[in-house]
Ligand binder design. Structure first.
Ligand code: NAI
Length: 331
């Protein structure tokens, strides 16, 4: 089938082209740099499907435009689907497919990377050594061993992350509205959300963004946290009320902040903006803290993950084309 692929970078084109060439009946892929929104939706003209990523806009207006172009399938090349108005898609009869699982290890390992970087001040140490500065003042870290790590959302990624932290000798506690007995059997203690805040030395977010989890980390939650807590978000930007977190950093309640996602990232991430002025004052403030490390939504970005994402994205389209609806990973 003919698929308009939005928000593509060279690596997307390479991995999708490689995956497509392995299919018995390859699809016709039309790659676009443009993000999908109401101004770019016309690029899908003549296509049966669109392939989208995390910051493409699939609100009601865009979905109606796609339906008018006779697009019948949205094949997301990501796990999260908070960018899609699912009710509208259903109303319009557009099928939405996603990649439910590709490599939970990619995200969980990146989460560990942020923790180690913040704890041992690796970002600052790296710059110091390059400046011929070998002083250790300000680089003091703490042992992860025996610390309490809270995992919010023990799905595929949260489980791998919990296991990694257990391997470092941490005590892992968790909150999930649907506790997994296998996770509990592996030694993770499920507790109420209100018990996470005063107990955890490190809090890591691995739940989806939805109406229940929007601004889960807000001023109320922060007020209950341990002073000096480390907060890590590789889930979705909207899980955190960023101004509240900035206030927490300024008061030193939050001792460390690691982000791979940001609520307003759609206007920033995945692009080289180095020749432009940063217009987002909240993001700019975050960048001033020495105890904040931000990566630009790269936790998923491993060879293994991109290979799996590309394969599953295109196989979802193949199943749709063949009418094998039960085999599609539908949202
Ligand atoms: P999953 O669906 O396997 O697990 C999500 C878990 O969160 C489930 O166990 C669910 O019960 C739980 N949950 C739902 N509501 C909750 C709440 N109110 N509080 C606590 N837990 C709740 O999803 P997976 O694959 O583990 O991914 C988790 C999230 O990670 C995705 O929704 C996505 O937003 C994010 N993600 C980020 C990536 C990155 O590159 N930074 C890449 C892939 C996913």
């Amino acid at each position: 089938m003919k698929i308009a692929v939005f928000s593509t970078k060279p690596y997307d084109r390479k991995f999708l082209t490689d995956a497509n060439s392995c299919l018995e009946k390859p699809h016709q892929l039309e790659f676009h740099d443009a993000q999908l929104n109401s101004n770019s939706s016309l690029l899908a003209q003549g296509c049966d499907a669109v392939c989208c990523f995390v910051n493409d806009n699939l609100d009601a207006t865009v979905l109606q435009q796609l339906a008018a172009l006779n697009v019948k399938l949205i094949t997301l090349r990501c796990a999260g689907f908070n960018q899609v108005d699912l009710a509208e898609a259903k109303k319009l009869g557009i099928v939405v497919a996603r990649v439910a699982e590709y490599s939970p290890h990619a995200i969980a390992e990146h989460t560990l990377g942020l923790i180690l970087m913040l704890n041992r001040n690796l970002h600052r140490a790296h710059h110091r050594v390059r400046e011929n500065d070998y002083s250790l003042n300000g680089l003091l870290g703490f042992d992860l061993f025996n610390k309490t790590v809270a995992v919010i959302g023990t799905g595929k990624i949260g489980q791998v992350f919990a296991h990694i932290m257990q391997g470092l000798g941490c005590e892992v506690i968790a909150f999930d509205p649907q506790p997994d007995p296998a996770v509990a059997a592996a030694g993770v203690s499920y507790v109420a959300l209100n018990d996470i805040w005063p107990t955890a030395d490190i809090i890591s977010l691995h739940c989806p963004l939805n109406t229940n989890t929007h601004h889960l980390i807000n001023s109320d939650a922060i007020a209950q946290m341990k002073t000096g807590v480390m907060l890590i978000n590789t889930g979705r930007g909207g899980l955190i009320d960023t101004p509240a977190v900035i206030a927490g950093l300024k008061s030193k309640k939050i001792g460390y902040l690691g982000l791979d996602v940001y609520e307003e990232e759609a206007n920033l991430f995945f692009e080289d903006n180095s020749n432009s002025l940063l217009q987002d004052d909240i993001f700019a403030r975050l960048l001033t803290f020495p105890n904040v490390v931000i990566t630009g939504h790269q936790a998923f970005f491993t060879r293994e993950a991109l290979t799996a994402i590309s394969n599953i994205t295109l196989i979802n389209a193949t199943h749709f084309e063949q009418g094998e609806m039960a085999k599609i990973c539908q949202v």
